[in-house]
Design a protein around this ligand. Structure first.
Ligand SMILES: N[C@@H](CCC[C@H](N)C(=O)O)C(=O)O
Length: 297
């Protein structure tokens, strides 16, 4: 009988992830294995994969082990590595809670984008899991003119780095973003040598926007946490709001196809993101199938 590898499946506002608990970093997950697991027809399916490893056991996180016991080794669905995943880190915390590895309240999670402070709220009165809030760090606006083009439409976009790169374009109709099956063309083409996540945004009301997203390494997804933060900052600056200047926190509601996130920027620049995170299934991966998928890639 072949070896089995435990997995879970979870999502945050329908940004969905295969979760592979592997405290000792003993499971090999080359890009082809991640892509096979995230494949929606031949695998389990997911926008990305959360490899749950003790920080001390992973070369990318060993230096963070004193601050955060657990490391989110995040991979995009195509197997590529990304610095940070804002929805992923909330689902990661939900997994840790469910596995009894942490309790409600504050948890530190190591990521390639540094240590993130996560708060797991108590269940609601009707027993539903409480929302999870992450301190996402500060947005960096590196400047630079970028144009996003889809079919006959062209929009100027704002570069926002949330640990990972984003280009935010305000549009008049989210449908104008098209099907987002392939990376939209960028101008200049060299603006993002390592790829970029692109958000298309419309207004819904005062401090309330809606977005669609093209995620680097995954295609169009139903939500992107770092993307929602980038969008909130871009919308605030466009609206003339900067908490560092006014000394007052600014909150935006960001609707994504898979739900709603609330993003708050504080006067010190720290951005907090709040939303749901759910584990929906758990099971076992056939290790022989995975090895064959890797060999065939
Ligand atoms: N879904 C994520 C972002 C995942 C990484 C991204 N695709 C990248 O390559 O930077 C989120 O919720 O932030």
């Amino acid at each position: 009988m072949s070896t089995r590898i435990a997995f879970l499946k979870g999502h945050g506002t329908e940004n969905d992830f295969v979760i592979v608990p592997d405290a000792d970093n003993a499971i090999e997950l080359p890009p082809a294995a991640v892509a096979a697991l995230c494949d929606r027809r031949a695998g389990i399916g997911g926008d990305g994969l959360l490899h749950v490893v003790r920080s001390a056991a992973h070369p990318d996180a060993r230096h963070l082990a004193a601050e955060a016991e657990w490391f989110m080794d995040y991979r995009n669905g195509d197997g590529s590595v990304a610095e940070m995943c804002g929805n992923g880190v909330r689902v990661f915390a939900r997994y840790l809670e469910r596995a009894g590895l942490v309790g409600e309240g504050d948890v530190a999670v190591a990521t390639r984008g540094g240590v993130k402070r996560v708060h797991i709220a108590k269940p609601t009165e009707d027993g539903a899991p409480g929302d999870i809030t992450v301190a996402m760090g500060k947005a960096v606006l590196p400047g630079g003119d970028v144009t996003i083009s889809v079919d006959e439409h062209q929009w100027p976009a704002l570069n926002v780095n949330m640990g990972n790169p984003h280009a935010v374009a305000f549009v008049t109709d989210l449908a104008h973003a098209g099907r987002l099956l392939d990376p939209p063309p960028f101008s200049p083409a060299t603006a993002y040598p390592h790829g970029v996540n692109v958000e298309f945004v419309v207004d819904r009301g005062p401090r309330h926007v809606a977005m669609r997203v093209y995620e680097r390494g995954a295609g169009e997804t139903r939500s992107c946490g770092t993307g929602a933060c980038a969008v909130a900052v871009a919308a605030a600056r466009r609206d003339g709001l900067d908490p560092a200047v006014t000394g007052t926190p600014v909150a935006y509601t960001v609707d994504v196809p898979g739900g709603r996130l609330v993003i708050t920027e504080r006067p010190d620049g720290e951005i907090e993101k709040t939303g749901p995170a759910v584990i929906v299934a758990e099971g076992e991966i056939d290790a022989d199938w995975l090895a064959a998928a890797v060999a065939a890639a």
